[in-house]
Design a protein around this ligand. Structure first.
Ligand SMILES: Nc1ncnc2c1ncn2[C@@H]1O[C@H](COP(=O)(O)OP(=O)(O)O)[C@@H](O)[C@H]1O
Ligand SMILES: [Mg+2]
Length: 229
């Protein structure tokens, strides 16, 4: 999305109800029929249709009209729903620029009680293999894998961060909604951008952190100069 904050401000409370209704409906329907959306959103059929058309033009919903008219949300509207949650819970007061792009995420700066970074997970968009493997172990197979994969990844990351942040030098996790994880902002450059004056001392520091994480039963599976600040 070009500008999350702008898109956010362009939506009404009813739009958020409709997006939330589609999200709920996607647990049972791959494409959520209009009558279910309006019921879940608590809005009249005509109002729902009108607002859904509006959301479709803004590219915040996807639709299919093979057997019936059905809707899905996409990653952009999923981002907006998560942000809506953070704002409603007073955890985020303003949102800033994109400050990073990960292998499977987008990270934005934000303000809450302190400077924050919000990591929007994007798992499942490019690689379905991993998701399929996960899915095979589940009784209730999710109908829309990306939505499930991204929120599961965020939840796992949040749990590990909660467990480690008091002992290991990682950002403090602040809030989670769906696939979005808000944490404290870490100032400073990534290790791949700088040359250390004393690399051996740097290595000692890093291995110290690795050791403390291991003490908590956690091994970082992707430790590289791109993941150290
Ligand atoms: N708490 C944070 N404070 C500042 N920048 C961050 C923070 N978290 C992530 N970033 C930036 O976003 C980039 C991607 O985040 P990362 O967690 O590595 O994503 P991924 O797991 O998808 O690789 C990082 O390399 C960094 O530049
Ligand atoms: Mg990374």
């Amino acid at each position: 999305m070009e500008n999350l904050a702008e898109a956010f401000l362009g939506l009404s409370r009813e739009d958020f109800s409709l997006l939330g209704a589609i999200e709920t409906g996607m647990r049972t329907h791959e494409w959520v029929p209009t009558f279910i959306i309006s019921k879940l959103a608590g809005l009249s059929a005509s109002k729902s249709e009108y607002r859904l058309q509006h959301l479709f033009e803004k590219k915040l919903v996807v639709r299919e009209a093979q057997h019936y008219l059905g809707y899905q949300i996409n990653f952009d509207s999923y981002d907006l729903l998560a942000l809506y949650d953070f704002v409603r819970r007073d955890q985020v007061k303003s949102i800033g620029e994109r400050i990073g792009v990960g292998k499977e995420s987008i990270v934005l700066g934000a303000q809450g009680y302190a400077s924050l970074a919000i990591k929007f997970h994007r798992q499942g968009r490019t690689s379905f293999k991993h998701v399929r493997r996960l899915r095979d172990h589940l009784k209730d197979k999710p109908r829309v894998p990306w939505l499930y994969a991204a929120s599961l990844a965020a939840r796992r990351e949040y749990q590990v961060m909660e467990k480690l942040y008091s002992k290991v030098s990682i950002p403090r996790p602040v809030a989670i909604s769906r696939h979005a994880l808000a944490m404290e902002y870490v100032p400073g450059p990534l290790l791949n951008r700088i040359t250390l004056e004393d690399p051996e001392d740097g290595l000692r520091l890093i291995l110290g952190e690795v050791g403390r994480a291991l003490g908590q039963g956690i091994i970082h599976a992707d430790l590289s100069e791109f993941n150290i600040m």
